[in-house]
Design a protein around this ligand. Structure first.
Ligand code: FES
Length: 330
């Protein structure tokens, strides 16, 4: 290292003062350890970021004197990211200040694009400097930097969680199961068959166990359309007919084409229409597709009444709800 340090003697510049770490191996070692510690703190910051995403439940608050109640996951996420980015910067600066070659050079002015030969030399020089900076030799720094950078790279992956559950999982698992009551949406009131007139349609949701929060995600996947016809109007096989109750039939509200909410019911024709691409489903034939791009009927929910006369599901959906696309295995 010492061979490369030039004592610059141009009278226009102050005398160059060499660093202790250039001449004292102990000081060099200490500097190396300091840089490694800064990178390790950065890595801990990233661990804190990831842990706050995974382990801190949303809706948990901590009280801070000036800010008041703050969502804990957001607080620690911000703190972790700040630590990881700031300390990786501190580490890089310290590395450059205390360990990288401390050489002063004069660069003559010349036209912007260098000669080809100079460009090649430059690349060679960079390689040499990288070697001199000890990228190969300083394994402690190399490893701690690799750890810090690697963990930072993981952060965006963890944030994918904010996009919600994986579609396949969300569409395979709804809150409907045997005995779940159908409740009004809005209102959350259990429904009796007599609440629905012939020809009417209602959106319902599953009644959730006490203390379970209804989220936007499960409203989206649990929404069901309840339609009442005259029992004689159905054209169903015995099994599907047994899934109805006194002319009331229930289907998932999520279109089997691309997942829009099927929102229109034509009372005269008994057709359900999806407003997105006009898929049309025949309610009398278990929501069979009679027009449009949807490839399969809307999944039917089997219903009956419980001992108190309220409408209940007799089982969960027997097929995935929503677009058929997610059922494809390839
Ligand atoms: S999403 Fe319903 S028809 Fe396309």
């Amino acid at each position: 290292m010492s061979n490369e340090i030039s004592k610059f003697s141009d009278p226009g510049l102050p005398e160059h003062i060499h660093r202790k770490s250039d001449s004292d191996p102990m000081a060099e070692k200490r500097a190396e350890q300091q840089v490694a510690i800064l990178f390790l703190i950065s890595a801990l910051g990233t661990v804190l970021t990831i842990a706050s995403y995974i382990f801190i439940k949303q809706g948990t608050f901590v009280y801070l004197p000036i800010l008041g109640d703050v969502e804990a996951s957001q607080l620690f996420l911000g703190l972790g990211l700040t630590i990881s980015l700031i300390f990786i910067g501190f580490g890089a600066v310290q590395w450059a200040r205390r360990l990288m070659p401390d050489t002063e050079v004069i660069a003559e002015r010349h036209e912007f694009r260098s000669e080809e030969i100079d460009r090649k030399e430059f690349v060679e020089t960079i390689k040499e400097r990288a070697a001199t900076a000890g990228l190969g030799r300083r394994s402690l720094i190399k490893r701690s930097l690799g750890l810090a950078l690697g963990l930072i790279g993981l952060t965006p992956l963890v944030m994918l969680r904010d996009l919600g559950p994986l579609p396949k999982k969300a569409l395979n698992e709804t809150s409907w199961k045997s005995g779940t009551r159908l409740v009004t949406d809005p209102g959350n009131r259990p429904i009796r068959p007599e609440d629905l007139e012939v020809g009417s349609v209602a959106q319902v949701l599953p009644e959730l166990p006490e203390g379970t929060e209804r989220t936007l995600e499960n409203i989206g996947t649990d929404a069901v359309l309840l339609i009442r016809l005259r029992p004689t109007e159905f054209n169903l096989d015995a099994k599907r007919l047994s899934w109805t109750h006194n002319g009331i039939i229930a289907f998932s509200k999520i279109c089997s084409h691309m997942g829009c909410a099927v929102a229109l019911y034509e009372q005269q024709t008994k057709h359900l229409l999806c407003p997105c691409h006009q898929s049309t489903f025949d309610v009398t034939r278990a929501a069979k597709v009679i027009f449009g791009p949807a490839a399969r009927p809307l999944p039917q929910l089997a219903i009956s009444v419980d001992s108190q006369g309220y409408l209940v599901a007799t089982q969960g959906f027997t097929e995935p709800i929503g677009p058929s696309f997610w059922e494809r295995s390839s």
